[in-house]
Each structure stands twice: as C-alpha cells, then as structure tokens.
Ligand binder design. Sequence first.
Ligand code: 6PG
Length: 244
Amino acid sequence: MHAELHVHPGPEALAAAVARRWATLAEEAIAEHGRFTVALSGGRTPRILYELLASPAWRDRLPWGQTELYLGDERCVPADHADSNARMVREALLDRLPHPPLFFPMVSDPMRPEQDAAHYASLLRERLGDAPIPTFDLILLGMGADGHFASLFPGTTALEDREAFALALREEQVGHRRISLGRRVIAAARRRIVMVTGADKRAALAEALHEPGSLLPIARLQRQASLEWHVDQAAYPAKPAAGV
Ligand code: 6PG
C-alpha cells in the first residue's frame, strides 16, 4: 500500500505539521459526515502534539464539539497511574480545553482486561458501527523500536488476530497487560498518521520504509493499509546526496 513520508527537523516541527493535518482532516470529516473520530496513540511521542492542539495557537480553531476521541491502546493500570495513556491525554489535552471533546478511555478495571476489551469493542460497534468494521476518520500511531504499533507487538497473538475490534493482550509488555484496537480496525480507518521521533527508532524505521519483505508489525500494516509517516531527522537522517 501507499506510504507517504514527511521528514521534519525535530519533534516541534513534526507536531506543528500533524496539527495542520488534524485540522484539515477534521474539517473534511465534519463536512462529510458531521463528526471527526480519532483514535489517539499513547507513549511519549504524541504528548507534544496534544499540548500543541490545546495551546492558544490551536485550541480555538478546532471543532472540539464535533470531535470524538478514543484510544488506540492502553496499559491496564488505574486512570491516575503514571503509565496511563488516558492520564497523558487528559493532562496534555483535555484538561487544557475550556470545552473538551467526548473522550472514551479504554480501561475501567485494570484487573479485568478481557472485560474492558469486550466493552470497548461494543462501544466501537455502537458509536462507529455504520460500516461492517468500526471506521475511524483518523488513527494516530507511534512505533516502537521493535516496530510495534498500538499494542500489537511482534510475536503476539494480538498482532495475528484478524477479527477482534479490540482485544486484551495475554502477554505483559513493559510490565503491564494492555488493551489494543485490533489490526482490522486500524487498517480500516480512513487515514493513519504515524509519528516517529528519536534515534532509537532509526533501524526499525529504515527497515519499515525500505525493506519490502520486512516482518516488523508496522511494515506488515503498511502492506495492508496506507500510512502517512511524520518522522524527525533523528529517526530518519537525511540521506547524503548521491556521489558525496
Ligand atoms: C503505547 C503506544 C505505543 C507507542 C510506541 C512508541 O501505549 O506505548 O501506543 O504503541 O506508540 O510504543 O512509544 P514512544 O512514543 O513512547 O516512543
């Protein structure tokens, strides 16, 4: 499938570019079907974007009243835990907006991941189910140094699952059990923006972009659905011009 690559000097420029894309996609989605549905990525990378969207430069220019925010994945921890993606979204975005949008966290009982995953799948059917597969207007993704996206890690049954809309990982990842959107839902979204920064992602990014047979999770997704990559130069050093 199609890969669109945007290389930015650093995280700030990357966040500014993705904010502009967010605004454009929101306008298009609302014009087309009256709302803008987004599954947010977690981890460290997107925080700068969420803070920018909540800043005076952007917050009053975006249609928060017609926007619905979901999560692409979550760690099975309490909502106030330092590793909670929902907590990061609240701190970086929602708590800074005078009129925050609808937000649907993934975890309500950290001790019952399967129950929360089933509940989220039902929520997606209920709120996004006008197509055979719940269809987001936008899914924001990050990429791990191992090429994972959302919580679909190499070697996990979750990555191989072709049916589930949302699922609880059996394996612990970085000390937590997790819930993730299924690959099927991520591939079905109208658009996927992948944000990658930092030298630690360099090897995985180069493989995903330049090795057609790569088995990295994000490379497999890219063969299934188009990706709009926004990366910084630390993750993707400008190639020296030929002959130098
Ligand atoms: C999560 C994310 C995960 C993340 C990558 C990259 O919950 O951790 O959803 O998929 O996007 O692990 O994480 P960083 O942005 O922290 O490098």
